[in-house]
Design a protein around this ligand. Structure first.
Ligand code: HEM
Length: 505
Protein backbone atom coordinates (compact mmCIF):
# COMPACT_ATOMS: atom_id res chain seq x y z
CA UNK A 1 0.00 0.00 0.00
CA UNK A 2 2.85 2.33 1.00
CA UNK A 3 4.50 1.63 -2.36
CA UNK A 4 1.30 2.20 -4.22
CA UNK A 5 1.03 5.95 -3.53
CA UNK A 6 4.35 7.07 -5.06
CA UNK A 7 3.77 4.71 -7.97
CA UNK A 8 0.29 6.03 -8.52
CA UNK A 9 1.58 9.61 -8.21
CA UNK A 10 4.27 8.97 -10.81
CA UNK A 11 1.76 7.33 -13.13
CA UNK A 12 -0.66 10.23 -12.82
CA UNK A 13 2.16 12.71 -13.47
CA UNK A 14 3.15 10.81 -16.62
CA UNK A 15 -0.45 10.70 -17.85
CA UNK A 16 -0.93 14.42 -17.12
CA UNK A 17 2.40 15.19 -18.82
CA UNK A 18 1.37 13.22 -21.90
CA UNK A 19 -1.95 15.02 -22.05
CA UNK A 20 -0.21 18.41 -21.82
CA UNK A 21 2.27 17.37 -24.47
CA UNK A 22 -0.54 16.25 -26.74
CA UNK A 23 -2.14 19.67 -26.32
CA UNK A 24 1.19 21.40 -26.98
CA UNK A 25 1.86 19.28 -30.02
CA UNK A 26 -1.55 19.85 -31.45
CA UNK A 27 -1.72 20.35 -35.21
CA UNK A 28 -4.53 21.50 -37.41
CA UNK A 29 -6.54 18.45 -38.42
CA UNK A 30 -8.30 17.95 -41.76
CA UNK A 31 -11.47 20.09 -42.03
CA UNK A 32 -10.53 21.97 -38.86
CA UNK A 33 -10.42 25.81 -38.77
CA UNK A 34 -7.01 27.51 -39.15
CA UNK A 35 -5.06 26.98 -35.92
CA UNK A 36 -2.90 29.76 -34.48
CA UNK A 37 -0.97 28.64 -31.41
CA UNK A 38 1.22 31.73 -31.11
CA UNK A 39 4.93 31.55 -30.39
CA UNK A 40 4.87 30.91 -26.64
CA UNK A 41 4.20 27.29 -25.62
CA UNK A 42 0.96 26.81 -23.63
CA UNK A 43 0.39 30.60 -23.21
CA UNK A 44 -0.08 31.03 -26.96
CA UNK A 45 -1.59 34.45 -27.60
CA UNK A 46 -2.78 35.05 -24.02
CA UNK A 47 -0.71 38.20 -23.47
CA UNK A 48 -1.88 39.99 -26.64
CA UNK A 49 -5.46 38.83 -26.06
CA UNK A 50 -5.60 40.15 -22.50
CA UNK A 51 -3.89 43.40 -23.41
CA UNK A 52 -6.38 44.32 -26.12
CA UNK A 53 -8.84 41.64 -27.17
CA UNK A 54 -10.41 43.82 -29.87
CA UNK A 55 -7.15 44.60 -31.69
CA UNK A 56 -5.96 41.01 -31.33
CA UNK A 57 -9.12 39.52 -32.84
CA UNK A 58 -9.09 42.08 -35.63
CA UNK A 59 -5.58 40.89 -36.56
CA UNK A 60 -6.54 37.20 -36.39
CA UNK A 61 -9.67 37.81 -38.48
CA UNK A 62 -7.66 39.60 -41.18
CA UNK A 63 -5.07 36.79 -41.14
CA UNK A 64 -7.33 33.69 -41.01
CA UNK A 65 -10.82 34.67 -42.17
CA UNK A 66 -14.21 34.10 -40.55
CA UNK A 67 -13.32 31.06 -38.41
CA UNK A 68 -10.06 30.40 -36.54
CA UNK A 69 -8.83 28.61 -33.45
CA UNK A 70 -6.36 30.32 -31.14
CA UNK A 71 -4.41 29.04 -28.16
CA UNK A 72 -4.93 31.12 -25.02
CA UNK A 73 -3.31 29.93 -21.79
CA UNK A 74 -3.58 26.22 -22.54
CA UNK A 75 -7.10 26.48 -23.95
CA UNK A 76 -8.15 26.33 -27.57
CA UNK A 77 -10.89 28.76 -28.53
CA UNK A 78 -12.55 28.86 -31.93
CA UNK A 79 -13.85 32.31 -32.84
CA UNK A 80 -16.66 32.59 -35.37
CA UNK A 81 -16.79 36.03 -36.97
CA UNK A 82 -19.55 35.61 -39.56
CA UNK A 83 -22.87 36.70 -38.00
CA UNK A 84 -24.84 34.88 -40.71
CA UNK A 85 -23.43 31.67 -39.20
CA UNK A 86 -24.27 32.49 -35.55
CA UNK A 87 -27.70 30.78 -35.62
CA UNK A 88 -26.67 27.12 -35.09
CA UNK A 89 -24.22 28.15 -32.33
CA UNK A 90 -26.69 30.30 -30.46
CA UNK A 91 -29.52 27.82 -30.85
CA UNK A 92 -27.12 24.91 -30.24
CA UNK A 93 -29.04 22.78 -32.71
CA UNK A 94 -26.68 19.80 -32.26
CA UNK A 95 -26.84 20.00 -28.42
CA UNK A 96 -23.07 19.93 -28.17
CA UNK A 97 -22.32 23.34 -26.69
CA UNK A 98 -22.50 24.05 -22.97
CA UNK A 99 -22.62 27.43 -21.27
CA UNK A 100 -22.85 26.44 -17.61
CA UNK A 101 -19.59 24.59 -16.91
CA UNK A 102 -17.14 27.46 -17.25
CA UNK A 103 -19.74 29.97 -15.95
CA UNK A 104 -19.84 27.87 -12.75
CA UNK A 105 -16.05 27.95 -12.45
CA UNK A 106 -16.01 31.69 -12.98
CA UNK A 107 -18.66 32.58 -10.39
CA UNK A 108 -16.99 30.34 -7.81
CA UNK A 109 -13.72 32.17 -8.32
CA UNK A 110 -15.11 35.69 -8.52
CA UNK A 111 -18.01 35.64 -6.06
CA UNK A 112 -17.29 32.55 -3.99
CA UNK A 113 -20.67 31.16 -5.06
CA UNK A 114 -20.93 27.43 -5.79
CA UNK A 115 -23.84 27.06 -8.25
CA UNK A 116 -26.25 24.14 -8.27
CA UNK A 117 -27.52 22.44 -11.39
CA UNK A 118 -30.93 24.16 -11.51
CA UNK A 119 -29.65 27.69 -10.82
CA UNK A 120 -29.54 28.91 -14.38
CA UNK A 121 -33.18 27.97 -15.08
CA UNK A 122 -34.22 29.37 -11.69
CA UNK A 123 -32.59 32.77 -12.42
CA UNK A 124 -34.27 32.93 -15.81
CA UNK A 125 -37.71 31.99 -14.49
CA UNK A 126 -37.41 34.52 -11.60
CA UNK A 127 -36.51 37.13 -14.22
CA UNK A 128 -39.37 36.21 -16.57
CA UNK A 129 -41.76 36.55 -13.64
CA UNK A 130 -40.38 39.68 -11.99
CA UNK A 131 -38.26 41.58 -14.50
CA UNK A 132 -40.81 41.50 -17.31
CA UNK A 133 -44.57 42.20 -17.69
CA UNK A 134 -46.48 43.27 -14.54
CA UNK A 135 -43.50 42.40 -12.33
CA UNK A 136 -41.43 44.92 -14.27
CA UNK A 137 -44.07 47.64 -13.85
CA UNK A 138 -43.92 47.23 -10.06
CA UNK A 139 -40.15 47.33 -10.12
CA UNK A 140 -40.15 50.44 -12.34
CA UNK A 141 -42.18 52.23 -9.65
CA UNK A 142 -39.66 51.21 -7.02
CA UNK A 143 -36.81 52.35 -9.27
CA UNK A 144 -38.42 55.75 -9.88
CA UNK A 145 -38.85 56.26 -6.11
CA UNK A 146 -35.24 55.28 -5.51
CA UNK A 147 -33.99 57.58 -8.28
CA UNK A 148 -35.97 60.42 -6.65
CA UNK A 149 -34.38 59.58 -3.31
CA UNK A 150 -30.87 59.43 -4.72
CA UNK A 151 -31.10 62.44 -7.05
CA UNK A 152 -33.19 64.76 -4.86
CA UNK A 153 -32.22 63.57 -1.38
CA UNK A 154 -34.50 62.20 1.40
CA UNK A 155 -36.10 65.59 2.06
CA UNK A 156 -36.64 66.58 -1.55
CA UNK A 157 -34.60 69.17 -3.43
CA UNK A 158 -32.38 71.28 -1.21
CA UNK A 159 -32.26 75.08 -1.41
CA UNK A 160 -29.09 75.06 -3.46
CA UNK A 161 -30.44 72.45 -5.86
CA UNK A 162 -30.68 74.95 -8.71
CA UNK A 163 -27.01 75.98 -8.39
CA UNK A 164 -24.54 74.48 -10.81
CA UNK A 165 -22.56 71.45 -9.56
CA UNK A 166 -19.49 70.00 -11.26
CA UNK A 167 -18.70 66.28 -11.32
CA UNK A 168 -17.24 63.49 -13.44
CA UNK A 169 -19.97 62.29 -15.80
CA UNK A 170 -18.99 58.61 -15.43
CA UNK A 171 -18.88 58.78 -11.63
CA UNK A 172 -22.17 60.70 -11.52
CA UNK A 173 -24.08 58.21 -13.70
CA UNK A 174 -22.56 55.08 -12.19
CA UNK A 175 -23.11 56.13 -8.57
CA UNK A 176 -26.73 57.22 -9.13
CA UNK A 177 -27.67 54.07 -11.03
CA UNK A 178 -25.85 51.84 -8.55
CA UNK A 179 -27.49 53.37 -5.49
CA UNK A 180 -31.00 53.48 -6.95
CA UNK A 181 -30.67 50.02 -8.54
CA UNK A 182 -29.28 48.50 -5.35
CA UNK A 183 -32.01 49.99 -3.13
CA UNK A 184 -34.82 48.97 -5.46
CA UNK A 185 -33.61 45.35 -5.77
CA UNK A 186 -32.11 44.72 -2.33
CA UNK A 187 -34.61 46.82 -0.34
CA UNK A 188 -34.59 49.86 1.96
CA UNK A 189 -35.10 50.48 5.67
CA UNK A 190 -37.29 53.19 7.21
CA UNK A 191 -34.24 55.42 7.60
CA UNK A 192 -33.79 56.74 4.07
CA UNK A 193 -30.84 59.01 4.93
CA UNK A 194 -28.97 56.04 6.39
CA UNK A 195 -29.86 53.91 3.34
CA UNK A 196 -28.35 56.57 1.12
CA UNK A 197 -25.20 56.72 3.17
CA UNK A 198 -24.79 52.94 3.18
CA UNK A 199 -25.41 52.63 -0.54
CA UNK A 200 -22.81 55.35 -1.17
CA UNK A 201 -20.26 53.42 0.92
CA UNK A 202 -21.12 50.21 -0.87
CA UNK A 203 -20.66 51.92 -4.21
CA UNK A 204 -17.12 52.97 -3.26
CA UNK A 205 -16.25 49.34 -2.51
CA UNK A 206 -18.06 48.14 -5.62
CA UNK A 207 -16.00 50.49 -7.79
CA UNK A 208 -12.80 49.19 -6.27
CA UNK A 209 -13.84 45.60 -7.02
CA UNK A 210 -14.97 46.68 -10.47
CA UNK A 211 -11.55 48.17 -11.25
CA UNK A 212 -9.77 44.97 -10.23
CA UNK A 213 -12.34 42.72 -11.91
CA UNK A 214 -10.89 42.21 -15.45
CA UNK A 215 -7.41 41.36 -14.16
CA UNK A 216 -8.92 39.22 -11.38
CA UNK A 217 -10.80 37.15 -13.97
CA UNK A 218 -7.56 36.67 -15.93
CA UNK A 219 -5.59 35.91 -12.71
CA UNK A 220 -3.28 38.86 -13.31
CA UNK A 221 -3.48 40.61 -9.91
CA UNK A 222 -0.37 41.46 -7.91
CA UNK A 223 -0.01 39.95 -4.38
CA UNK A 224 -1.44 43.04 -2.62
CA UNK A 225 -4.37 43.15 -5.01
CA UNK A 226 -5.11 39.48 -4.31
CA UNK A 227 -5.36 40.29 -0.63
CA UNK A 228 -7.55 43.30 -1.38
CA UNK A 229 -9.88 41.33 -3.61
CA UNK A 230 -10.31 38.73 -0.85
CA UNK A 231 -11.14 41.47 1.65
CA UNK A 232 -13.66 43.01 -0.72
CA UNK A 233 -15.33 39.65 -1.34
CA UNK A 234 -15.71 39.11 2.42
CA UNK A 235 -17.03 42.64 2.87
CA UNK A 236 -19.71 42.10 0.22
CA UNK A 237 -20.70 38.73 1.67
CA UNK A 238 -21.16 40.42 5.03
CA UNK A 239 -22.89 43.57 3.83
CA UNK A 240 -25.32 41.62 1.64
CA UNK A 241 -25.84 38.82 4.15
CA UNK A 242 -29.39 37.50 4.28
CA UNK A 243 -29.36 37.65 8.09
CA UNK A 244 -28.29 41.30 8.27
CA UNK A 245 -30.91 42.31 5.75
CA UNK A 246 -33.90 40.52 7.26
CA UNK A 247 -35.55 43.70 8.53
CA UNK A 248 -35.41 45.52 5.18
CA UNK A 249 -38.65 46.61 3.48
CA UNK A 250 -39.34 46.12 -0.15
CA UNK A 251 -36.67 43.60 -1.08
CA UNK A 252 -37.63 42.99 -4.71
CA UNK A 253 -39.81 40.01 -5.63
CA UNK A 254 -37.04 39.04 -8.06
CA UNK A 255 -34.43 38.57 -5.37
CA UNK A 256 -36.97 37.26 -2.84
CA UNK A 257 -38.07 34.53 -5.26
CA UNK A 258 -34.50 33.39 -5.91
CA UNK A 259 -33.49 33.38 -2.24
CA UNK A 260 -36.59 31.38 -1.34
CA UNK A 261 -35.65 28.83 -3.99
CA UNK A 262 -32.15 28.52 -2.51
CA UNK A 263 -33.58 28.11 1.01
CA UNK A 264 -35.94 25.40 -0.21
CA UNK A 265 -32.99 23.60 -1.73
CA UNK A 266 -31.30 23.62 1.67
CA UNK A 267 -28.56 26.06 0.63
CA UNK A 268 -26.99 27.50 3.79
CA UNK A 269 -27.18 31.20 4.51
CA UNK A 270 -23.49 31.89 3.90
CA UNK A 271 -23.87 30.57 0.32
CA UNK A 272 -27.00 32.74 -0.09
CA UNK A 273 -24.87 35.78 0.86
CA UNK A 274 -22.50 34.88 -1.95
CA UNK A 275 -25.42 34.50 -4.33
CA UNK A 276 -26.49 38.05 -3.37
CA UNK A 277 -23.02 39.33 -4.23
CA UNK A 278 -23.23 37.67 -7.63
CA UNK A 279 -26.63 39.25 -8.28
CA UNK A 280 -25.38 42.66 -7.16
CA UNK A 281 -22.61 42.40 -9.70
CA UNK A 282 -24.87 41.17 -12.53
CA UNK A 283 -27.49 43.84 -11.88
CA UNK A 284 -25.25 46.87 -11.25
CA UNK A 285 -22.07 46.43 -13.29
CA UNK A 286 -23.41 47.56 -16.68
CA UNK A 287 -26.36 49.89 -16.25
CA UNK A 288 -24.49 52.90 -14.81
CA UNK A 289 -21.71 52.75 -17.44
CA UNK A 290 -24.37 52.51 -20.20
CA UNK A 291 -26.04 55.66 -18.83
CA UNK A 292 -22.67 57.42 -19.01
CA UNK A 293 -22.34 56.60 -22.73
CA UNK A 294 -25.94 57.64 -23.41
CA UNK A 295 -25.50 61.08 -21.80
CA UNK A 296 -22.04 61.49 -23.33
CA UNK A 297 -23.39 60.88 -26.84
CA UNK A 298 -26.34 63.20 -26.24
CA UNK A 299 -24.00 65.94 -25.03
CA UNK A 300 -21.81 65.56 -28.09
CA UNK A 301 -24.73 65.35 -30.56
CA UNK A 302 -27.07 68.26 -30.06
CA UNK A 303 -29.44 67.03 -32.81
CA UNK A 304 -29.94 63.84 -30.80
CA UNK A 305 -30.37 65.80 -27.55
CA UNK A 306 -32.99 68.02 -29.20
CA UNK A 307 -34.90 65.03 -30.62
CA UNK A 308 -34.94 63.28 -27.22
CA UNK A 309 -36.02 66.47 -25.44
CA UNK A 310 -38.84 67.04 -27.91
CA UNK A 311 -40.05 63.47 -27.53
CA UNK A 312 -39.86 63.73 -23.73
CA UNK A 313 -41.96 66.90 -23.74
CA UNK A 314 -44.44 65.26 -26.09
CA UNK A 315 -45.00 62.13 -23.99
CA UNK A 316 -44.38 63.48 -20.49
CA UNK A 317 -45.08 67.21 -20.66
CA UNK A 318 -42.83 69.84 -19.05
CA UNK A 319 -40.71 68.65 -16.15
CA UNK A 320 -41.94 70.60 -13.12
CA UNK A 321 -40.96 69.91 -9.57
CA UNK A 322 -43.16 72.66 -8.08
CA UNK A 323 -41.85 72.04 -4.60
CA UNK A 324 -42.71 68.37 -4.81
CA UNK A 325 -40.41 65.94 -3.14
CA UNK A 326 -40.16 63.53 -6.01
CA UNK A 327 -40.27 63.52 -9.78
CA UNK A 328 -43.66 63.53 -11.48
CA UNK A 329 -43.33 60.87 -14.13
CA UNK A 330 -45.90 58.73 -15.94
CA UNK A 331 -44.19 55.35 -16.24
CA UNK A 332 -46.63 54.29 -18.98
CA UNK A 333 -44.86 56.79 -21.27
CA UNK A 334 -41.83 54.48 -21.35
CA UNK A 335 -43.67 52.51 -24.04
CA UNK A 336 -43.93 55.53 -26.35
CA UNK A 337 -40.37 56.75 -26.85
CA UNK A 338 -39.04 55.39 -30.18
CA UNK A 339 -36.40 58.13 -30.46
CA UNK A 340 -34.97 57.41 -27.02
CA UNK A 341 -35.18 53.67 -27.74
CA UNK A 342 -33.05 54.20 -30.84
CA UNK A 343 -30.57 56.37 -28.90
CA UNK A 344 -30.17 53.60 -26.32
CA UNK A 345 -29.87 50.84 -28.89
CA UNK A 346 -27.17 52.87 -30.65
CA UNK A 347 -25.45 53.54 -27.32
CA UNK A 348 -25.42 49.81 -26.54
CA UNK A 349 -24.08 49.03 -30.02
CA UNK A 350 -21.16 51.38 -29.47
CA UNK A 351 -20.51 50.77 -25.79
CA UNK A 352 -21.19 47.11 -25.04
CA UNK A 353 -18.90 44.25 -25.96
CA UNK A 354 -19.89 40.88 -24.48
CA UNK A 355 -18.16 37.62 -25.32
CA UNK A 356 -20.40 34.60 -25.83
CA UNK A 357 -18.53 31.45 -24.80
CA UNK A 358 -19.60 27.83 -25.12
CA UNK A 359 -17.75 24.64 -24.15
CA UNK A 360 -17.71 21.91 -26.83
CA UNK A 361 -18.98 18.73 -25.18
CA UNK A 362 -18.38 16.31 -28.01
CA UNK A 363 -16.66 16.50 -31.40
CA UNK A 364 -18.98 18.32 -33.74
CA UNK A 365 -19.28 20.02 -37.10
CA UNK A 366 -19.71 23.76 -37.45
CA UNK A 367 -21.83 24.61 -40.48
CA UNK A 368 -21.20 28.05 -41.90
CA UNK A 369 -23.73 30.05 -43.89
CA UNK A 370 -21.41 29.76 -46.92
CA UNK A 371 -21.86 25.97 -46.86
CA UNK A 372 -18.33 25.37 -45.56
CA UNK A 373 -18.08 22.91 -42.66
CA UNK A 374 -15.48 22.78 -39.89
CA UNK A 375 -14.66 19.99 -37.47
CA UNK A 376 -14.51 21.19 -33.84
CA UNK A 377 -12.90 19.19 -31.03
CA UNK A 378 -14.45 18.19 -27.73
CA UNK A 379 -12.96 20.20 -24.84
CA UNK A 380 -12.36 23.32 -26.95
CA UNK A 381 -14.48 26.45 -26.65
CA UNK A 382 -16.45 28.27 -29.30
CA UNK A 383 -16.68 32.05 -28.93
CA UNK A 384 -18.50 34.98 -30.51
CA UNK A 385 -17.38 38.58 -30.13
CA UNK A 386 -20.20 40.52 -31.75
CA UNK A 387 -18.79 43.98 -31.02
CA UNK A 388 -16.21 43.42 -33.74
CA UNK A 389 -18.05 41.05 -36.05
CA UNK A 390 -21.51 42.70 -35.90
CA UNK A 391 -21.59 46.11 -34.20
CA UNK A 392 -18.56 47.38 -36.16
CA UNK A 393 -19.38 45.75 -39.52
CA UNK A 394 -19.80 48.60 -42.07
CA UNK A 395 -21.96 46.34 -44.24
CA UNK A 396 -24.53 45.99 -41.43
CA UNK A 397 -24.03 49.43 -39.87
CA UNK A 398 -22.62 52.00 -42.34
CA UNK A 399 -20.02 54.28 -40.71
CA UNK A 400 -19.99 51.94 -37.71
CA UNK A 401 -17.88 54.09 -35.41
CA UNK A 402 -20.21 57.09 -35.77
CA UNK A 403 -23.04 57.68 -33.29
CA UNK A 404 -26.26 58.06 -35.29
CA UNK A 405 -29.17 58.59 -32.95
CA UNK A 406 -31.75 57.47 -35.52
CA UNK A 407 -29.88 54.37 -36.74
CA UNK A 408 -32.60 52.17 -35.25
CA UNK A 409 -35.52 54.26 -36.52
CA UNK A 410 -37.49 53.84 -39.74
CA UNK A 411 -38.34 57.02 -41.69
CA UNK A 412 -41.92 56.74 -40.34
CA UNK A 413 -40.59 56.88 -36.77
CA UNK A 414 -41.09 53.19 -35.92
CA UNK A 415 -38.35 50.88 -34.64
CA UNK A 416 -36.01 49.66 -37.35
CA UNK A 417 -35.33 45.94 -37.25
CA UNK A 418 -34.32 45.27 -40.85
CA UNK A 419 -30.56 45.08 -41.25
CA UNK A 420 -28.61 43.27 -43.94
CA UNK A 421 -25.25 41.62 -44.49
CA UNK A 422 -24.13 40.68 -48.00
CA UNK A 423 -27.70 41.44 -49.09
CA UNK A 424 -29.18 38.91 -46.62
CA UNK A 425 -31.46 39.96 -43.78
CA UNK A 426 -29.66 39.46 -40.53
CA UNK A 427 -31.25 38.40 -37.25
CA UNK A 428 -28.38 39.31 -34.92
CA UNK A 429 -27.66 42.94 -35.82
CA UNK A 430 -27.06 44.21 -32.25
CA UNK A 431 -26.09 41.90 -29.39
CA UNK A 432 -25.42 43.86 -26.18
CA UNK A 433 -27.33 41.30 -24.11
CA UNK A 434 -25.63 38.20 -25.47
CA UNK A 435 -28.00 35.69 -27.04
CA UNK A 436 -29.52 32.22 -26.70
CA UNK A 437 -29.25 30.35 -23.44
CA UNK A 438 -27.06 32.98 -21.76
CA UNK A 439 -29.00 36.08 -22.85
CA UNK A 440 -29.23 38.71 -20.11
CA UNK A 441 -32.43 38.02 -18.14
CA UNK A 442 -32.42 41.58 -16.73
CA UNK A 443 -32.45 43.36 -20.10
CA UNK A 444 -36.00 44.76 -19.90
CA UNK A 445 -35.41 46.17 -16.43
CA UNK A 446 -32.03 47.54 -17.51
CA UNK A 447 -33.69 49.34 -20.43
CA UNK A 448 -36.31 50.82 -18.09
CA UNK A 449 -33.68 52.02 -15.65
CA UNK A 450 -31.66 53.69 -18.40
CA UNK A 451 -34.73 55.27 -19.96
CA UNK A 452 -36.11 56.65 -16.70
CA UNK A 453 -32.72 58.10 -15.78
CA UNK A 454 -32.10 59.74 -19.17
CA UNK A 455 -35.63 61.14 -19.24
CA UNK A 456 -35.28 62.59 -15.73
CA UNK A 457 -32.00 64.19 -16.75
CA UNK A 458 -33.36 65.84 -19.89
CA UNK A 459 -36.64 66.90 -18.26
CA UNK A 460 -35.52 68.16 -14.88
CA UNK A 461 -31.86 69.12 -15.28
CA UNK A 462 -29.70 71.45 -17.27
CA UNK A 463 -26.35 69.80 -17.97
CA UNK A 464 -23.35 70.54 -20.17
CA UNK A 465 -19.73 69.53 -20.68
CA UNK A 466 -17.18 71.67 -18.85
CA UNK A 467 -15.07 71.53 -22.03
CA UNK A 468 -17.45 71.26 -25.00
CA UNK A 469 -14.53 70.21 -27.20
CA UNK A 470 -13.61 67.14 -25.16
CA UNK A 471 -13.88 64.11 -27.49
CA UNK A 472 -15.93 61.00 -26.66
CA UNK A 473 -13.35 58.89 -24.77
CA UNK A 474 -12.21 55.60 -26.32
CA UNK A 475 -13.44 52.39 -24.65
CA UNK A 476 -11.01 51.10 -22.03
CA UNK A 477 -8.82 48.45 -23.77
CA UNK A 478 -8.68 46.19 -20.69
CA UNK A 479 -12.45 45.76 -20.50
CA UNK A 480 -13.18 44.26 -23.91
CA UNK A 481 -15.45 41.26 -23.59
CA UNK A 482 -16.90 42.20 -20.19
CA UNK A 483 -20.31 43.70 -21.00
CA UNK A 484 -20.58 47.50 -21.10
CA UNK A 485 -17.19 49.09 -21.53
CA UNK A 486 -15.92 51.96 -19.45
CA UNK A 487 -14.30 55.14 -20.77
CA UNK A 488 -10.51 55.43 -20.90
CA UNK A 489 -10.78 58.69 -18.98
CA UNK A 490 -13.32 60.65 -16.94
CA UNK A 491 -15.20 63.59 -18.51
CA UNK A 492 -16.06 66.64 -16.43
CA UNK A 493 -19.56 68.09 -16.71
CA UNK A 494 -21.78 70.46 -14.79
CA UNK A 495 -25.47 70.12 -13.96
CA UNK A 496 -28.23 71.84 -12.07
CA UNK A 497 -31.85 71.17 -11.32
CA UNK A 498 -33.88 73.41 -13.64
CA UNK A 499 -35.13 76.42 -11.68
CA UNK A 500 -38.32 75.32 -9.91
CA UNK A 501 -41.71 76.79 -10.61
CA UNK A 502 -43.41 78.55 -7.69
CA UNK A 503 -46.09 76.43 -5.98
CA UNK A 504 -49.45 77.84 -7.01
CA UNK A 505 -51.77 78.62 -4.06
C1 HEM B 1 -27.03 47.74 -19.67
C2 HEM B 1 -27.18 46.82 -18.75
C3 HEM B 1 -26.86 45.36 -18.90
C4 HEM B 1 -26.11 44.72 -19.87
C5 HEM B 1 -25.40 45.34 -21.08
C6 HEM B 1 -26.13 43.32 -19.54
C7 HEM B 1 -25.50 42.33 -20.29
C8 HEM B 1 -25.47 41.00 -19.94
C9 HEM B 1 -24.85 39.95 -20.72
C10 HEM B 1 -24.12 40.17 -22.05
C11 HEM B 1 -25.03 38.78 -20.06
C12 HEM B 1 -24.65 37.40 -20.55
C13 HEM B 1 -23.26 37.04 -20.24
C14 HEM B 1 -22.90 35.70 -20.84
O1 HEM B 1 -23.26 35.37 -21.97
O2 HEM B 1 -22.20 35.00 -20.14
C15 HEM B 1 -25.76 39.08 -18.86
C16 HEM B 1 -26.09 38.14 -17.90
C17 HEM B 1 -26.86 38.41 -16.79
N1 HEM B 1 -27.48 39.61 -16.48
FE1 HEM B 1 -27.29 41.34 -17.52
N2 HEM B 1 -26.87 43.14 -18.40
C18 HEM B 1 -27.34 44.36 -17.99
C19 HEM B 1 -28.15 44.61 -16.90
C20 HEM B 1 -28.68 43.65 -16.06
C21 HEM B 1 -29.62 43.90 -14.99
C22 HEM B 1 -30.22 45.26 -14.64
C23 HEM B 1 -29.86 42.70 -14.37
C24 HEM B 1 -30.77 42.35 -13.23
C25 HEM B 1 -31.61 43.12 -12.61
C26 HEM B 1 -29.06 41.70 -15.06
C27 HEM B 1 -28.99 40.37 -14.71
C28 HEM B 1 -28.19 39.43 -15.32
C29 HEM B 1 -28.01 38.08 -14.84
C30 HEM B 1 -28.63 37.49 -13.57
C31 HEM B 1 -27.17 37.44 -15.75
C32 HEM B 1 -26.67 35.98 -15.68
C33 HEM B 1 -27.73 35.10 -16.28
C34 HEM B 1 -27.39 33.64 -16.36
O3 HEM B 1 -26.85 33.07 -15.42
O4 HEM B 1 -27.71 33.08 -17.42
N3 HEM B 1 -28.37 42.32 -16.08
N4 HEM B 1 -26.04 40.43 -18.82
Amino acid sequence: MMLCSPLLGALLTIVAGCLCLLKLLRHRGPREPPLDKGLVPWLGHAVAFRKNMYEFLKRMWAKHGDVFTVQLGGQYITFVMDPLSFGPIIKDTQRTLDFTEFAHELVLKVFGYRPMDGDHQMIHSASTKHLMGQGLEDLNKAMLDCLSLVMLGPKGPSLDASCWHEDGLFRFCYSILFKAGFLSLFGCTKDKAQDLLESEELFTKFRRFDLLFPRFVYSLLGPREWVEVGQLQRLFHKRLSVEQNLEKDGISNWLGYMLQFLREQGIDSSMQDKFNFMMLWASQGNTGPTCFWALMFLLKHQDAMKAVQEEATQVLGEGRLEGRKSFAFALSSLKHTPVLDSVIEETLRLGTSPTLLRMVQKDCVLKMDSGQEYQIRRGDKVALFPYLSVHMDPDIHPEPTVFKYNRFLNPDGTRKVDFYKSGKKIHHYNMPWGSGVSICPGRFFALSEIKIFVLLMVMYFDFELVDPNVPVPPLHPRRWGFGTSQPSYEVRFRYRLKPMHAVSS
